[in-house]
Write a protein that binds this ligand. Structure first.
Ligand code: UTP
Length: 274
């Protein structure tokens, strides 16, 4: 039912400089796999096979990653190393990849708006690849698709965040429908100390209904001339049309050095165990 998934990957990744000076943040690997590949695998598992990237300058490596590399493939053909490419080959076979450019990096809301032509008039997923989500059983996006089938409105993934970190996120206020599902009533982007409406932060997984595009077009840029997705979602929330979903699994903020190291250690421990 939901087929399309948007990956905004145009940001500068300044927290990872100098690594991200000429390499996209989304290509940083956790073990031997780039963050963006984990994200596309999660989308595919949820049944989202039309993958749209909102890219920017210096992001060509992402396009090349989701394409064949004939010389390399010829070189390792018939060797034990071929298996290392089986995962990415499967994605290339089963998904389609489209690209749009965000010409000026004016925030996540603006990046999503720049993906409008890739999506059209249907509900779609959004994955921020620097949030690595490892679901229990099903992946986080697959869990969210199931919630969408029930409520047919925008769904945001939420996670409990420690008080000292809550000011880095969009934070929801909501009425609990079940232990994991909340009807969102308010949202505050990066609340100042003591002003957060809860400890439930929006993380980098969304399912959005397409009316979000018109709302984003009408959303004024705020701080740093950035268009916030939280502002547009608040308009939907005021219509009772946003659900917060506390997913089952773990999320690592790989846009920060601490989260990246934590994710690496976690995945390494899993790798050693298997
Ligand atoms: P972040 O704020 O985490 O990414 O945006 P950033 O700006 O690249 O990172 P820092 O803070 O400078 O280190 C979350 C996601 O939104 C995308 C980013 O690529 C990232 O995946 N994004 C952000 C855009 O595509 N365009 C933007 O204008 C801003």
């Amino acid at each position: 039912m939901i087929k399309k998934c948007l990956f905004p990957v145009a940001g500068y990744g300044t927290r990872f400089l100098p690594a991200t000076k000429s390499m996209p943040k989304e290509m940083l690997p956790i073990l031997n796999k780039p963050l963006v590949q984990y994200g596309v695998e999660e989308a595919l598992e949820a049944g989202l096979t039309d993958i749209g990237f909102v890219t920017g300058r210096g992001k060509r490596a992402i396009e090349d990653h989701f394409d064949l590399n004939y010389e390399l493939e010829h070189q390792i053909q018939g060797t034990g190393k071929e298996v290392l490419l089986s995962g990415i080959r499967e994605l290339i076979e089963r998904c389609t990849f489209s690209y749009s450019r965000q010409v000026t990096m004016r925030g996540l809301g603006h990046a999503i708006r720049s993906g409008r032509t890739l999506i059209g008039d249907e509900p779609f997923g959004v994955v921020l690849a620097d949030d690595l989500c490892l679901g229990e059983g099903h992946g986080v996006l697959a869990q969210m698709v199931a919630v969408f089938k029930q409520f047919r409105c925008s769904i945001v993934a939420i996670d409990e965040v420690a008080e000292e970190d809550i000011g880095k996120y969009g934070v929801i206020a909501g009425e609990a429908i079940t232990e994991r599902i909340f009807r969102v009533t308010d949202m505050v982007e990066k609340p100042s100390s003591g002003n957060a409406p809860s400890n439930l932060a929006i993380i980098g997984r969304y399912i959005l209904t397409p009316d979000i595009f018109d709302i984003l077009e009408a959303t004024e840029a705020g701080r740093n001339d950035e268009v916030q997705i939280t502002d547009a979602l608040l308009t939907q929330a005021q219509q009772g049309a946003v659900i917060g979903y506390k997913f089952d699994g773990r999320r690592f903020d790989c846009g920060s050095i601490e989260g990246f190291v934590e994710a690496t250690n976690h995945c390494h421990a899993l790798h050693e165990r298997d």
